[in-house]
Unconditional design. Sequence first.
Length: 155
Amino acid sequence: MQPKLSPIDRKILRLLQHDANLSAAEIAERVELSQSPCWRRIHRLQEEGVIERTVALLSTQKLGLSMTVFVEVKLSGHGRRYLAEFEEAIIGHPEVLECYTMAGGMDFMLKVVAQDIASYERFLRDHLLQLPHVHEAHSNIAMSTVKRTTELPLE
């Protein structure tokens, strides 16, 4: 069940999405609440699973992972076993940042980061194409990033 969010809850979430380093005091001031009720709201949002976790967003460029590739993967079959074995195997690859099951022509869409084309080719050849039931993999290399956000729209 989806939790009920008040306008103040939404303001708090917008602030935290933009900068999770804000203190409860700073958030309270911006949403015009005292600190204790604000902290309780944040804690409730965490307990309800609305706030899943707090992370740091790292620079792929500064860490030498300047290549982003979106990979469309088609499996050789569509049984539950095929899907489950692929999913279990792909989770163990840290260069795969995101993995989605898809409707349409492909079974999975992966977001992969790599240092360069040679390191991506090694990942593709030595890892991805060796995973259970992989029939096809089509690579789409991102030329540049126009928009990158983790902020969800909160109406």
